[in-house]
Design a protein around this ligand. Structure first.
Ligand code: B12
Length: 432
């Protein structure tokens, strides 16, 4: 995406070359309530339009770029500015006296038609923001705002779109209608999900098309849409999106489902549908996760299963999948695995590690009988024990004397690496 250059700035420069002025960052073009005495057309730079409520809250309508016109709507309505216009980056602006603006409107058809389009764009922006405020949570609003900023101030790079603005978290907060702490947390989440990163002082976001696809994947899980999840997973990979990023988007959908379920907004059958959609997409992702080609030999063997009484299999399947892509031989014992089945698997496959997953508080207690059986069978020293899953804590891991615990699948893989190489390097810590 190149910097947005609409014809209005070219046309205005052509009509009023002598009226071009430069404004430093922080200049205020007009305040809310000021009478309109001139019209501003932005040639280059950035101008923030915001409104201040009687109790001092600031709401920002947008940070606009080249080709935008300011003051025209208020002038045509009642002659009083409804908002504050503040220069965010040093800007070149054509400042037009009202008589000349009026004259150009009535005598220059090209000019009046572009001004009308600009006013329509302004109205459409406001409607879009009102929709966002009514229907979207902060995270989604933030994404939409970042996409808008990228459209107006974006420079395409090899990996994404750089927002060419020196913008603070407070300023983003006023765009999204959220406080700074919330914005900081949301930005952190988006960074973890791979939606954005920083280059120098600038924010870079993945392209809006990629963002749409990943959002679509998240929503396909939330909506329990098997076909959508399958199609969008393939689409993500076709677009060159990293498979792990697609996996993050699916997991974000499942987290959203959990939030809705915990609040009583959806029922258990909806959760079943969401899980089914997620499972539909997982094999497509697995087939595309880059294999660890550096490591030729098998790192070790892991026998993994969800403990007795527990039928949650997605987290365990993801751990198994990532282990496979990192050259582990994985024996997936499935769900509802009894202690005896774990013992049987050790005898049969001689794994380096057994990995137990538990998702409910009740089934987290099913870790203990496995350890007990291991000791009884004289096998505890023959195998490393790794535990995880939503209901398992580091405290549980310590209680049962596990060799490793981690809260994420990626962490599980690193842990497995350490556990498998501990013989070569006994000083390696095996704790999470
Ligand atoms: C999907 C789901 C279901 C689906 C499962 C479908 C399936 N095929 O898996 C269905 C609808 C069947 C289901 C049923 C039930 N569920 Co349920 N379910 C969920 C939900 C929403 C998502 C689980 C999930 O897939 N998460 C996504 C994956 C990727 O996350 P994860 O499993 O945690 O795995 C990650 C890590 O933990 C880690 N990891 C996982 N395993 C391992 C292993 C090792 C060794 C390591 C190191 C790491 C690791 O890596 C993964 C990726 O990062 C959770 C909510 C939640 N917060 O987990 C509730 C949840 C787990 N379910 C819950 C409950 C209560 C139930 C039921 C009892 C409901 C009922 N009334 O019947 C039944 C239980 C049935 C049973 N006997 O097991 C509760 C448990 C509460 C508790 N603390 O006890 C939860 C937390 C929902 C809630 N907020 O109340 N559920």
């Amino acid at each position: 995406m190149s910097k947005n250059t609409l014809p209005l700035n070219n046309l205005a420069l052509h009509i009023w070359p002598e009226r071009k002025k430069f404004f430093p960052r922080g200049s205020v073009l007009y305040w809310q309530g000021d009478p309109v005495d001139q019209i501003y057309i932005l040639l280059d730079g950035a101008v923030k339009i915001s409104s201040i409520s009687p109790d001092g809250k600031v709401y920002s309508f947008g940070i606009h770029g080249a080709g935008r016109i300011f003051g025209a709507r208020s002038y045509l309505l009642d002659g009083e500015h409804e908002a504050v216009a503040e220069v965010l980056d040093r800007s070149a602006i054509i400042v037009v006296p009202l008589e000349e603006f009026e004259h150009a409107l009535t005598t220059n058809q090209a000019f009046s038609s572009i001004v009308m389009k600009e006013l329509a764009r302004e109205a459409s922006d406001v409607a879009g923001k009102a929709r966002d405020l009514s229907f979207l949570d902060v995270q989604q609003r933030l994404k939409h705002s970042l996409i808008r900023l990228a459209r107006e101030h974006g420079i395409r790079t090899e990996t994404g779109v750089m927002i060419d603005l020196d913008i603070t978290q407070d300023e983003i907060g006023t765009l999204v209608s959220a406080n700074r702490t919330t914005i900081a947390a949301c930005l952190r989440d988006l960074r973890t999900q791979g939606y954005l990163w920083k280059e120098g002082r600038r924010l870079v976001i993945i392209t809006p098309e990629h963002m749409d696809t990943l959002d679509g994947l998240t929503m396909a899980v939330v909506d329990g849409d098997d076909l959508g999840a399958e199609v969008l997973a393939s689409q993500a990979l076709d677009q060159g999106i990293d498979a792990l990023k697609a996996l993050e988007a699916l997991t974000a959908g499942m987290k959203e489902v959990d939030r809705a379920y915990s609040r009583g907004e959806i029922e258990l059958p909806d959760v079943v549908l969401a899980a089914s959609a997620m499972k539909q997409a997982l094999p497509i992702i697995e087939a595309n996760i880059e294999l660890d080609h550096i490591q030729e030999a098998v790192v070790g063997t892991v026998a993994i299963g969800t403990v007795f009484g527990d039928i949650h299999d997605i987290g365990k399947t993801i751990v198994a999948m990532l282990l496979r892509t990192r050259n582990f031989r994985v024996i997936d014992l499935g769900v509802n695995v009894s202690p005896d089945q774990f013992i049987q698997a050790i005898k049969e496959f001689n794994p380096d590690i057994i990995a137990l997953s538990a998702l409910t508080t009740a089934t987290s207690l099913e870790l203990d009988p496995v350890v007990k059986k291991l000791i009884q069978a004289g096998l505890r020293d023959h195998v490393r024990l790794m535990v995880g899953g939503g209901a398992v804590s580091e405290g549980d891991a310590r209680r049962i004397g596990a060799d490793g615990y981690h809260a994420t699948a990626q962490g599980a893989v690193e842990m497995a690496w350490r556990l498998c190489t501990w013989k070569d390097n006994p000083s390696t810590s095996i704790n999470a």
